[in-house]
Structures are given as C-alpha cells and as structure tokens.
Design a binder for this molecule. Structure first.
Ligand code: UGA
Length: 439
C-alpha cells in the first residue's frame, strides 16, 4: 500500500518559506504558500522571486509550470488545503530589547489553527526561543476546531542565503522535534527524497529541536569571533592572522570553515539569534551559561569600529572630506540582504564622520538605497573609485577579488586600500603601488 501523499502549506514566504515552498513543489508535492503580504504573493504567483538567491527563480518557474505550486493570502484556504503546515515566518529582534519578537509566529499559528477542521500537522521552522513550541502546542489545541487531532512538531532550518536551494534539498542534517509517531511518519514522508539522498535525521523532542538551531548559530558566531579575537592579538604582536587561521583550520577537530578573519558576521540571523539566546537563557535563570555570547557580540562589533579606524588612518587621520569607495553593501556575497550588514554599518559610520562615501555592490544597492538614502551608490567599482582617497573592501564579492589593482590605481586620487575581508592578494596590490592594510 502506498502512503497517502500529504499536501503542504508553507506559512510565510520570506527567504526561508519561499525557498521551502518552491523546493517541496519541485520534489513533487502539491504546495500552497501563504503570506499576509498581497504584493509578495502576486509576485511569486507571477514567477518572480522577491529577493536575490542563485538558482531559485528557475526552480520557481519550473514549480509554477508543473501546477503543483501557488500562493495565497487566505488562511482559510490553507486550512482546507494542507495536511502538513510549515511555519516559516520571521522572528526579528525586538525594538527595545534583545528578545525575539514572536508576534508573527503567534499570529501565523493562531490564524492557521482556527481553520484546521481535520487531522493536521503544524511544523515550526522559524528560529524561536526555547520553550515556544510547548506554548504553541497549547495555542493550537485551544484554537483549532479539530482540537487534539492537530499536532505540532519542530523542524529547524539551517539554510544559508546564497546556498538556500542546496541547503534545502541536501541539508547536512534534518532535525525532527516530536514525540508523536504519526508526526514523525509525516515528516519522514515529506522529506523522503532528502533522506534517501543521504541527509542524516536526528529525531528528538521539540525543546531540543528548538535549541539545536540557536546552539548551531551561536557556535558559528563564536567561531568567527574567536578568529577575530585572534586578529586583535595578531595586530598587537605583528603576527599574521590569515596564516594562523590556515594552520588552525588544518586540524580536523577545529576545521577551517567559519574561521575567516575580517569584518565579522551580520545578516538577519547570527547577530539577532545570539542576542535572543542570551536573553532567553537569562529568563530561564541560566544566563551565566551563555554569558560569553555577549563577548562574541562585542568582538564582532569591534571589527566594524576597527575598520573605520583603519580607513581614517589611511586617510591621514581625518575622515571629514575624505573620499571613500566602499566595496560591498550586502551582509555577505551572493546575497542582496542588508539586514545588520557590517558593510553598510561601516559605510554609514564613515559618512557620519564626514567622509564622502560611495557604496558599490552588484545586487544590493536597491535595498541599501532604500534604507540609507544619504549614501551614494554604484554597481561599477572602477567608476566609483574615480578620485577616491581610500578604497575599503567590506563584502567579498568575487567581482571585487578580480579587480585589477592597476586599473583601479589609474583612477583613484591615492592608492590606499583597506581589505576588510582578507579577500585580496596583498602582494599583488602592493606590487601595484598600493598601501594595503587588512583587518
Ligand atoms: C546562517 C547560518 O549559517 C545558517 O546555517 C542558518 O540557517 C541561517 O543563519 C539562519 O539562521 O537562517 P546566513 O545568515 O545565511 O546563515 O549566513 P552565513 O553564511 O552563516 O554568514 C553569516 C555571516 O558571517 C556573514 O556576514 C558572513 O560574512 C560572516 N562570516 C562567515 C564571517 O565573517 N567569517 C566567516 O568565516 C564566515
């Protein structure tokens, strides 16, 4: 007997939700994406991915053509359609504290639950403070007309921007947080082909599943800040942090990934997740256990300040009136996401100190201009560098790595560059007469 194929809804069509919905349709499921944002829904239905993600537009076209995917704003439709409902809405940082704002999660689950008239599984994917799933279980059972027939499970998501499709279809691991055999079976059915291609599955309780996500992001953030702390030591001693990182990384137990010294981490996940985790731990009375995350955050913020200092040094000690070309706006390459982008933070600080800043980015200038209209923007690094006193590399786009130091040197006012990401070859730039400084 073949197992019935569950129909899937994905609530929240931001980065995570849109990718998940599209990939599930590509895997052969009938999928309904749900979002309160009518414009986003219309764009997705017409085949347009509202953000930059390599490979995703092609898959959206394919999924829409197959007839297995569409998007709606109606929770009633979602309740009637789906057997398995993934909650993929955002949990941003609160405006007035480090806590995670759960408004969107609570609203999505509440709005969906009132339309659940038959047996269904609600699966949380959003990054939430530990303990949220237990609270949502109560909420769902209270609100859903089908009551106890509706179950909740937790399935944290580990996708990275820029690799979202691959991370969804070929994740390093799947985590299923549930103590229900039926829920586990539903999840195994939904992820059957992902499991078949080799991703290991960890089945655990919901609380652990919630915790895995924040623990993983905290570890990654800590690793980055660790090497950046070593960079501070290197700077004080004259040691070379790139050589240090390489030598550390060859140790399998340490590993070279996320051990790249530079301007540090940003984005919509790592910074807010470590803060929310520290905040939640304090609420639970175990704040001391992760007090080091405050230090991780502090080291990371110091990187931005240090980059500004280096530009000031190269500008002759004074930023007012200096012409600076800032290479990068996105929080990392292959993304147009500017949430908590270290690059834009540095560019803005330089501008506030009186520098005349032009920001260059291949895809993120639209988002950056909307957020910071006071800065000048360009997509052409050489054109933007005309007359510059200092060039500073802030996001390591491959386009920037390939810049010819001679070509750029021909247009600048002074050959001075700060490499905020250890992305350039110092020997090559120095040979072309540049004063090269790295973090
Ligand atoms: C991160 C995690 O890597 C994902 O596993 C997780 O699913 C996601 O957050 C999330 O919570 O949704 P993402 O924010 O897309 O993914 O970006 P990363 O590739 O992790 O990079 C984060 C930041 O760290 C970037 O600003 C990057 O430039 C910086 N970074 C990364 C470094 O400064 N040094 C490194 O060695 C590596």
């Amino acid at each position: 007997m073949t197992r019935p194929v569950p129909r899937i809804t994905v609530i929240g069509t931001g980065y995570l939700g849109a990718t998940h919905a599209i990939c599930m349709a590509v895997l052969g499921f009938d999928v309904l994406g749900v979002d309160v944002d009518r414009e986003k829904v219309d764009r997705l239905n017409s085949g347009e991915v509202p953000f930059f993600e390599p490979g995703l537009p092609e898959l959206l076209t394919k999924a829409l053509e197959s007839g297995r995917l569409r998007f709606t704003t109606s929770f009633a439709e979602a309740g009637a359609f789906g057997d398995v409902h993934f909650i993929c809405v955002g949990t941003p940082q609160m405006k007035d504290s480090h806590a995670a704002d759960l408004t969107y999660v609570d609203r999505a689950v509440g709005d969906l639950a009132q339309h659940l008239h038959r047996r269904a599984l609600v699966v949380g994917k959003s990054t939430v403070p530990v303990g949220t799933a237990a609270r949502l279980t109560e909420l769902v059972r209270r609100i859903a007309p089908a009551g106890e027939e509706v179950e909740l499970a937790w399935n944290p998501e580990f996708l990275r921007e820029g690799y979202a499709v691959d991370d969804t279809l070929r994740p390093d691991r799947l985590v299923f947080g549930t103590d229900s055999a039926w829920a586990e079976e539903q999840l195994r059915t939904v992820f059957a082909s992902v499991i078949a291609q080799g991703s290991p599955v960890v089945v655990t309780d919901m609380t652990t599943a919630e915790l895995v996500k924040v623990a993983a992001n905290s570890f990654l953030a800590t690793k980055i800040s660790y090497i950046n702390a070593m960079a501070e030591i290197c700077e004080a001693t004259g040691a070379d942090v790139t050589g240090l990182a390489e030598a550390l990384g060859y140790d399998d137990r340490i590993g070279g990934r996320f051990l790249k010294p530079g301007l540090g981490f940003g984005g919509g996940c790592l910074p807010k997740d470590i803060r929310a985790f520290a905040h939640r731990a304090e609420e639970l009375g175990v704040g001391q256990a992760v007090a080091f995350l405050r230090e991780v955050d502090g080291i990371n913020k110091r990187r931005r300040a240090r980059t500004v200092d280096l530009v000031r040094e190269l500008a002759g000690g004074e930023l007012a009136g200096a012409r600076v070309t800032a290479l990068g706006a996105a929080f990392k390459p292959d993304s147009d996401d500017i949430r908590d982008a270290p690059a834009l933070d540095v560019a803005r600080t330089l501008h506030e100190a009186g520098a005349d800043v032009t920001v260059v980015d291949p895809v993120a200038t639209g988002n950056a201009r909307r957020a910071y209209p006071e800065l000048a923007y360009s997509t052409d690094a050489i054109a933007a560098a005309a007359g510059a006193d200092v060039v500073v590399l802030l996001t390591e786009w491959s386009q920037f790595r390939e810049i010819d130091p001679e070509a750029m040197g021909a247009v600048v006012a002074g050959r001075r560059i700060v490499d905020g990401r250890h992305a350039l070859d110092p020997a090559q730039w120095r040979a072309a007469g540049w004063e090269y400084r790295a973090l």
